[in-house]
Write a new protein. Structure first.
Length: 255
């Protein structure tokens, strides 16, 4: 069973993603819980900064592969019905509308990488790994790509998507994903959140409005979700997913 755990500090809250035995994979249940808690926190004036982290020293390993495989059997209408959750979970930083510091350990892959890139500040453990391996399955990382692009620039985002390269914390810092590398990223993120929460609440809110309104790129989530639905109809996605699970090289059919 997946969900979130909330821990409150001095003017801040920590959202822990928890999906036991699945490396905190971002399944539908966890996505819905994140969206719900984001809405609650956005309305809580006592919380002025947020830390996003994962339990068991893992941030988020990406999609739940079993749930993803099951989704291959859905028709377009089935994917459309899930679109709200699949897309909205990556808007939780905007929903919260307060400074969000991602404390990243273990893995930040696929959707986990998207969540990290959507945060305002990222603190990483030295051993964390980042990347977008989706094309190896036969699908482009449509929904998270704009957040990655905003965080590290178009050239770096395209390179990571096409090469599917998994990078370490030092490389993630070099290209702009990570602000600081710390042995205990959660405690470091809490310290940053506490410092931010000590600022004027009024000025801080005005600052967040400016940051959100002046974001580099306005994201057309519905269009990207539509492309994702079309990609799910591709036979090559089933081939790629099956090959990935079997750890063999896929034999693409171009369909």
């Amino acid at each position: 069973m997946s969900g979130v755990i909330i821990e409150k500090g001095d003017g801040y809250a920590v959202i822990f993603m928890s999906n036991k035995n699945k490396r905190n994979a971002l399944d539908s249940e966890l996505s819905k819980a994140l969206i719900s808690k984001a809405v609650d926190i956005s309305k809580d004036d006592d919380i002025r900064a947020v830390v996003l982290a994962g339990t068991d020293h893992i941030f988020c390993s990406g999609a739940d592969l079993n749930e993803f495989s099951a989704a291959l059997e859905k028709d377009a209408l089935g994917h459309y019905k899930n679109m709200e959750t699949d897309v909205k979970v990556f808007d939780i930083v905007k929903i919260i509308n307060k400074p969000v510091i991602a404390a990243v350990e273990g893995y930040a892959l696929g959707g986990g990488f998207g969540l990290a890139c959507s945060a305002h500040i990222v603190v990483s453990s030295p051993s964390c790994r980042f990347g977008m391996p989706e094309l190896s399955l036969g699908i482009f990382p449509y929904v998270i790509f704009p957040y990655v692009k905003n965080a590290i620039g178009a050239r770096n985002a395209v390179t990571l998507a096409l090469t599917r390269k998994i990078i370490d914390a030092n490389e993630a810092k070099r290209i702009g994903v990570v602000y600081e590398i710390a042995d205990d990223p959660i405690e470091k993120a809490k310290a940053i959140a506490k410092s931010i929460a000590s600022l004027s609440p009024t000025v801080l809110q005005l600052s967040m409005n400016a940051i959100n309104d002046l974001s580099e790129e306005k994201i057309d989530s519905k269009y990207l979700a539509l492309l994702r639905i079309i990609n799910f109809a591709a036979e090559d996605l089933k081939i790629g997913t099956s090959a990935f699970k079997k750890k063999i090289k896929p034999e693409w059919r171009g369909k």
